[in-house]
Design a protein around this ligand. Structure first.
Ligand code: HEC
Length: 512
């Protein structure tokens, strides 16, 4: 059987050649990152293909199909593996790159292998960036808006590139289609081609082996079984970690993208350092008559120069030997850059978190997933008319409030409050208090006005249950009239609430 295949394909000899290849200096766990990256890539390709069976790229369906993926435990796991697989792949590419730098494995004759490797890192990052948009939830939308706007900053070609990637003047279905095409076709194709080139060059030159001052003393070890075992064991551990994280920490799906709302986007961890850099520098400085755009330097010029330097490392490092002492400058430079990237990432994380603290909090995922499409995609015409229809009925029962004001109150409630407090005001145990059947809501109007105007946080007890969360302030976001209407709505029309209405004058005259 094997013979039959061998005679027609030569596969057996190929596999033998591959497995009996020499590993200079013997097998080592130092060499596992490359093969583990390849393994993570295959995980991404397999899970990614299956995800396309369930995902529908358009503004009307992207979030909805993602929500459906979340609602089925199997596809939810698939998506979570894809999510953590992406992080694993990027982390492994970085580790692989650092190992090659430390070992000086980029040196002649492996310069082109290094260049292809750096391009692979870039393609991987673009895959991360384009995949980030696809769920089309709040963060996907606002974070991608940041990267698209940065693209637009680039001199000369920037605006054109932004227009092409965005598929027009603003983000919408065309943007999803562009990103989808890049994410599932163009970038994977480029990735596979470059990986092919990377491995072919690798086969041509052979492994670089350990760092020795005198390369003639290196002994040889076979790839099979030692190195093969180490590569396999490490990839298996990576896979177990990915699956574990996918089970215990699946990604969070926020509400559907709504450009009219205020949202503080957070980037994927591998872009945090760039985010931090952007937050660190003022947009521009003035030197006499000269205005220098630091924003442009931080987002485009700086990273481009950095990338060129990294690409040119094999030619910039002129030392003959791969020994550590002859490359001290490069190794120190690498250490400093790694520390800078970590520092900037921490700074980026801290600034994002402090900005988020003062923005309306995202609802828990259970609320996002449970909400029917109508209240969640607030702003869509269907949502509002559905909410209105509900109110018209309850108006008849409540009797007190003027129908016009009350239907405005219902609209405000559906688009601003229902995501947390529930469409019927039932709340969410532990986090968001119910507003229906809540004595505070139907009690002193002035207290309720104060809460809605200024927000509320800290532990709170309603009907014997405690809630602990952040209620955002609405002063400035909603007009006094809207606040009066929504309070009237929650006091007089929600559940069995039948308390008095609230007027704009009462909101205006609020006394703490
Ligand atoms: C981001 C989620 C969120 C949104 C949106 C939100 N709330 Fe709240 N709300 C909360 C949380 C959390 C609390 C409880 C705060 C605490 O634990 O101290 C709360 C408390 C309240 C209370 C006080 C309840 C009590 O028993 O003291 C009222 C009244 C209220 N919200 C009304 C509204 C109205 C009206 C809107 C829309 C204009 C709204 N909320 C939007 C999260 C939210």
């Amino acid at each position: 059987m094997l013979n039959w295949i061998e005679q027609r394909t030569g596969f057996v000899t190929m596999a033998k050649d591959f497995l009996t290849e020499d590993v200079p200096g013997g097998a080592s766990y130092w060499y596992v990152f490359g093969s583990a990256t390849l393994f993570a890539m295959m995980v991404q390709i397999v899970t990614g293909i299956f995800l396309t069976f369930f995902y529908a790229p358009s503004a009307a369906t992207a979030w909805e199909s993602t929500r459906a993926i979340y609602l089925n435990p199997w596809t939810h796991f698939l998506l979570s593996v894809h999510y953590w697989g992406a992080s694993a792949m990027i982390a492994l590419v970085f580790l692989h790159l650092l190992q090659v730098l430390i070992f000086g494995a980029y040196k002649s004759p492996r310069e082109l292998q290094w260049v292809v490797g750096v391009l692979l890192l870039l393609v991987t990052l673009v895959l991360g960036l384009t995949g980030y948009l696809l769920p089309w939830d709040m963060d996907a939308y606002f974070a991608s808006q940041v990267s698209l706007n940065i693209t637009g900053l680039a001199p000369v070609l920037g605006p054109v590139l932004q227009h092409i990637a965005q598929g027009g003047g603003s983000m919408g279905t065309a943007t999803i289609n562009r990103f989808f095409g890049l994410h599932v076709w163009l970038m994977p194709a480029v990735l596979v081609l470059l990986v092919g080139a990377h491995l072919t060059i690798f086969r041509h030159n052979g492994p670089a082996g350990p760092v020795l001052e005198d390369p003639r003393t290196v002994r040889k070890g076979p790839f099979w079984p030692d190195q093969f075992f180490m590569d396999g064991a490490f990839s298996l551990i990576v896979f177990i970690i990915i699956c574990f994280l996918a089970l215990v920490a699946p990604p969070y799906l926020d509400q559907k993208a709504d450009p009219t709302k205020f949202f503080v986007p957070y980037p994927a961890w591998y872009f945090l350092s760039l985010f931090g850099l952007l937050a660190l520098v003022p947009p521009e400085i003035h030197l006499g008559p000269l205005t220098i755009s630091l924003e442009l330097i931080a987002t485009i010029i700086g990273p481009t120069i950095f990338l060129l330097v990294v690409l040119l490392i094999p030619w910039l490092d002129r030392s003959r030997s791969r020994g550590f002492s002859s490359r001290a400058g490069l190794l120190w430079g690498m250490t400093i850059v790694v520390c800078l990237i970590i520092g900037l990432s921490i700074f980026g994380q801290a600034t994002t978190m402090s900005k988020q603290a003062s923005a309306p909090a995202s609802p828990p995922e259970s609320v996002v997933l449970a909400a029917q499409a109508a209240p969640v995609s607030a702003g869509a015409p269907g949502a509002i008319s559905a909410a209105n229809a509900g109110t018209m009925q309850s108006n008849t029962g409540s009797g007190g409030a003027a129908p016009a004001a009350n239907s405005n109150g219902a609209k405000i409630f559906a688009s601003n409050c229902a995501t947390c407090h529930g469409a019927q005001g039932a709340g969410v145990p532990g986090s968001f208090p119910p507003l229906a059947g809540n004595p505070v809501v139907t009690g002193d109007p002035n207290t309720v006005i104060g809460i809605v105007l200024n927000g509320l946080h800290g532990a709170l007890s309603v009907n014997g249950q405690t809630y602990n969360g952040q209620m955002p302030p609405w002063k400035g976001t909603l007009s006094n009239q809207d606040i009066a209407d929504v309070i009237t709505y929650i006091r007089a029309s929600l559940g069995s609430n039948h308390a008095s209405t609230v007027t704009e004058a009462q909101v205006k005259g609020y006394k703490p």
